[in-house]
Design a protein around this ligand. Structure first.
Ligand code: SAM
Length: 213
């Protein structure tokens, strides 16, 4: 089966896990480093929304002292994530949690850093999703939510490999990371009145929201 975006059942989860461990593998440590530098966190509580097999959350835990919760609405993704966490020897600091971004099963103000890669493009109600993310942010907390590959070199290498699996992959990527989507997200955040900045460079398209103290 070629890559089918938006397929999160067992077969889709196994496929995502496979590409996360091969084509995408070099991307996660680079993103983790960028997140830690750009958000200025190396400890505290982190939530990886739409974690899939858990690669970003695991890379963040490996590069910091963060305690990471992997949130995903797909039980198939989370089953694989749990296995990956165990294999990485991080079960004491990284834990899976089933839930939907539109109704995050965590208390208000309980998370210092919310990260998310490649999931926002599938959320049905951006306004509700970002309200929920803001609700769980602790005072002084930040987000790094969006999509991308870290560097232009990684982006191009991933594209070359993924196009072989799915001829439409580049247009899917460009739609997600392009100006229309950026404006759509910016509009939602402006309507919600959330103080934020958008990073849109070779690393990808990322929303950084800061919750005041
Ligand atoms: N973040 C991972 C990565 O970069 O390797 C996985 C990205 S995968 C393309 C998107 C993930 O978002 C899937 O695991 C899917 O189940 C999850 N997802 C989609 N909609 C969601 C929602 N409303 N709430 C929580 N997770 C969601």
């Amino acid at each position: 089966m070629g890559y089918v975006p938006g397929r999160f059942d067992r077969e889709g989860a196994e496929h995502m896990d496979r590409i996360a461990k091969t084509v995408f593998a070099p991307v996660y440590p680079v993103l983790a480093e960028q997140i830690l530098i750009r958000c200025g966190f190396s400890r505290g509580r982190c939530l990886d929304v739409g974690s899939g097999p858990g690669s970003l959350g695991i890379a963040l835990a490996q590069a910091s002292d963060l305690a990471v919760t992997l949130l995903d609405s797909s039980p198939d993704m989370l089953a694989i994530a749990e296995e990956n966490v165990r294999e990485a020897g991080l079960s004491d600091r990284v834990s899976p949690l089933r839930g939907d971004v539109h109704d995050i099963p965590l208390p208000a103000g309980s998370v210092d850093l919310v990260v998310s890669r490649g999931s926002v493009f599938f959320w049905e109600d951006l306004s509700r999703a970002f309200s929920e993310i803001y609700r769980v942010l602790a005072p002084g907390g930040r987000t790094y939510v969006g999509g991308g590959f870290g560097t232009a070199e990684l982006r191009d290498a991933v594209a070359a490999a993924m196009t072989k699996e799915n001829a439409d992959w580049k247009s899917f990527r460009d739609k997600n990371l392009g100006p229309d989507n950026r404006e759509r997200v910016a509009g939602v955040l402006a309507d919600l009145g959330l103080h934020h900045r958008i990073i849109n460079d070779d690393s990808g398209l990322w929303v950084v929201i800061e919750r005041g103290r």
